[in-house]
Design a protein around this ligand. Structure first.
Ligand SMILES: NC(=O)c1ccc[n+]([C@@H]2O[C@H](COP(=O)([O-])OP(=O)(O)OC[C@H]3O[C@@H](n4cnc5c(N)ncnc54)[C@H](O)[C@@H]3O)[C@@H](O)[C@H]2O)c1
Length: 251
């Protein structure tokens, strides 16, 4: 119960990697907000049934008012915010295509959700973390930004932005003893990715072929790194990007 007494927000927690992270943080003792544009209430109810403190909030991370409502309601419910996991993204629904086919509106929406979303969430929690003089922010980035994966330029650019934000914000929030780190998954078989046939056919075997550990990656493979970075054990680690991809990229 390493996270006993802590309160966490996990965005994009209705499914996939975000849900697995919320479940793990709750298992480790944290009170958890599952924030998502989709309905996360059934998942929050399961966590409550297992004895955890969990609340689902309908949140669009790209909407400033929605994010500030998320933070206000978390404070009302749990009285503190110790951990923010920026996981929500346009991710498993990606349609692979040449960059010339990406419209300006699609590009903007991708950056709004995947890069501005984390900015809005961090900006909204930072007064509370600064006041507490402690906090853990974990951004979920992507190995595609290390590898230069083709046919999803808007996505890769958004994750590259989140990696550089991780480093810069570690410096800005460090004086308040708030850590900012990133976990960078490789291709992971979330429910959404399993359902995206074109994505699966292009990446599943290809990803395994690049790994030191030649097997599929699952949401359960990602959560330990996030739980560690969210814990007191990681209090002297900040600005780091930890690849959790079976040993595919070194940086
Ligand atoms: N699965 C992978 O192969 C993989 C690899 C590298 C990085 N990642 C990253 O891990 C994270 C989770 O991946 P996944 O496969 O579980 O994704 P997913 O697409 O299955 O789930 C994303 C979740 O985010 C939510 N979401 C989308 N837009 C939102 C918004 N505007 N506001 C709030 N919630 C929103 C969705 O409703 C969904 O519940 C993402 O950040 C993704 O980029 C995934």
């Amino acid at each position: 119960m390493k996270l006993e007494g802590k309160a966490a927000i996990v965005t994009g927690a209705a499914t996939g990697i975000g849900l697995a992270i919320a479940q793990r943080l709750a298992h480790d003792g944290a009170a958890v907000v599952l924030a998502d544009v989709a309905d996360a209430e059934p998942r929050a109810a399961e966590l409550r049934a297992s004895g955890a403190r969990a609340v689902a909030l309908r949140t669009d991370v790209a909407d400033e008012a929605s994010v500030s409502d998320m933070v206000e309601r978390t404070m009302k419910e749990f009285g503190r915010i110790d951990i923010l996991v920026n996981n929500a993204a346009i991710a498993a629904t990606i349609q692979l295509r040449p960059f010339e086919d990406i419209t300006v509106a699609e590009w903007r929406r991708m950056q709004d959700v995947n890069a501005m979303g984390p900015f809005l969430c961090i900006r909204a929690v930072s007064p509370h973390m600064r006041a507490q003089k402690t906090g853990r922010i974990v951004n979920i980035t992507s190995g595609t930004a290390f590898k230069g994966a083709p046919f999803m330029l808007d996505y890769v650019a958004s994750k590259g932005a989140l990696m550089t934000m991780t480093r810069a914000l570690a410096k800005e929030l460090g004086p308040a003893f708030v850590t900012v780190n990133a976990v960078s998954p490789g291709y992971t078989l979330s429910e959404g990715n399993l359902a995206n046939e074109a994505f699966r056919e292009t990446y599943r075997e290809a990803a395994i072929a690049t790994r030191a550990l030649p097997r599929d990656g699952w949401p359960a493979d990602i959560v330990g790194a996030v739980a560690f970075l969210a814990s007191d054990d990681a209090s002297f680690i900040s600005g780091q990007i930890l690849a959790v991809d079976g040993g595919s990229v070194y940086h």
